[in-house]
Write a protein that binds this ligand. Sequence first.
Ligand code: ATP
Ligand code: MG
Length: 569
Amino acid sequence: MSEQNNPESTAPVRSLDFIRKRITEDVKTGKNQGQVITRFPPEPNGYLHIGHAKSININFGIARDFNGRCHLRFDDTNPEKEDMEYINSIQADVKWLGYDWGIHRYNASDYFDKLYEYAIELIKNGKAYVCDLTADQVREYRGTLTEPGKPSPFRNRSAEESLVLFEKMATGGFPEGACTLRAKIDMASPNINLRDPAIYRIKHASHPHTGDKWHIYPMYDFAHGISDALEHITHSICTLEFEDHRPLYDWFLDNITIDCHPQQIEFARLNLTYTVMSKRKLLQLVKENFVSGWDDPRMPTLCGLRRRGYPPQAIINFCNRIGVDKTNSTVEIEMLEYYVREDLNKSALRVMGVLKPLKVVITNYPENQVEEFTAENNPEDATAGTRSISFSRTLYIEQEDFREDPPKGYFRLSPGKEVRLKHTYYITCQEVLKDADGKIVELHCTYDPESRGGSTPDNRKVQGTLHWVSAQHAVEADVYWYEHLFSKANADDVPEGQPFTVNLNPNSLTVLTGCKVEPGLANAKPGNRFQFLRQGYFNVDLDSKPGHLMFNRIVGLKDTWGKAEKKQK
Ligand code: ATP
Ligand code: MG
């Protein structure tokens, strides 16, 4: 058994991905005594998004599958950017996905003392030097992809001198930018990461964990690989953009005294259509009020998807389905929606809700009569039980379920036409009432008492079945109807010189007020999820209260992705 408590995968078993194949091989050959230790290393400078879920599911999922463990490590090498709000949200989001790091929660800053010692070791061995070039000069000396770099005039500074200067850097003896500590590797390397990269820079910033102790902070590239090694991570799994950094991480570990050398393995980032995945862009959407916050249900953030009503298991199933690959690509958002729908179809209770109500009076139904009908809560789940639905003389149906002049093939209600009201009776439209402006305000219909329960003795067929609610029993609700956040599938595709926000979909949110829902929903709690018949899946919003119900539309009923996939097959 794994020592951590992690969710089962419910996705069909697929062949092992390339990372798991490799780890299986390592375990077989007894590498790391057969142990598997991974980590998820977020920088606490934003909220996690669905792309991070892919990484979380790979790292924690592998730890589970190989009876190992996965660490949560906050990469807090950048003192100014960290924020408790981000740390708390990241922890909550990982747990929401069902994963648990147990006692293995660390910070890169836990290792600042050790990193400093390793830097001194490098200096003493002539493998690092303090360089006084300015940032611009460093760039100039670095060369390009086609031209080798030039050595810094400080490259051959003695170890003794560098040691004195480095200590002065650490204790605040220099202004910011005055100098850096650089690794002495190879200014002519075709891999620019190896052209004497900076490993420490001066920053007179106080750090949330180490306070004012340091006036220098390690660069991510120096801290990251060494932190992995200090935690005895066996497989350091990261995204493709770090492939070119791997030789640098290997160089650091080969040139210091350390007893562990994690194997880095890279995989492709997740990109999704109709959204953006860059933290910088997501932050901009929040800061500039294009959305209501990090947890706006249109955001691809995990807290946004949670508020929207996405079940965590649907996200895990999606991540399992997309698997792990080595080339960057973009996944259709419809595939994610498919897994949300698949999960909710099994779990969400069915109810009736009328979003744009049109009043219907059943003129031949007794004034004060109320009848109760029994309906299944979920036809997919017998254990979900049944509920009672009240029928009365005045009802609401959906405005779009009536057409005065129906086009050919319109199966819903129109003058003289008969339809079924779900679970109850057949009704026929007799009269259309309009206001002074010609707007339809009410329909007068008759019902057939013999059609009770949805069929007639003469087996008469009707083509349409409408959802409805009884006017005197209905409760009011607001419905937040969401569409994609961006109008373009490739949201990052913007005309030159324009901000990415030009691609925002102006119709990504429509608020519908005065919607009418079944009375049983009056006490629905935030997070409860329902299928509104014929309308889609809805989640009770965080801000919903009895007396002011708010629903988020999670996803519609129509599956475009699954259908397209079937067609392809
Ligand atoms: P930044 O540019 O701020 O570093 P980041 O997206 O890399 O942003 P991190 O907090 O560093 O954010 O990410 C933590 C982990 O999640 C990293 O290991 C990173 O590789 C992984 N990750 C981030 N975005 C994605 C994505 N779209 N798909 C898969 N993994 C991702
Ligand atoms: Mg990163």
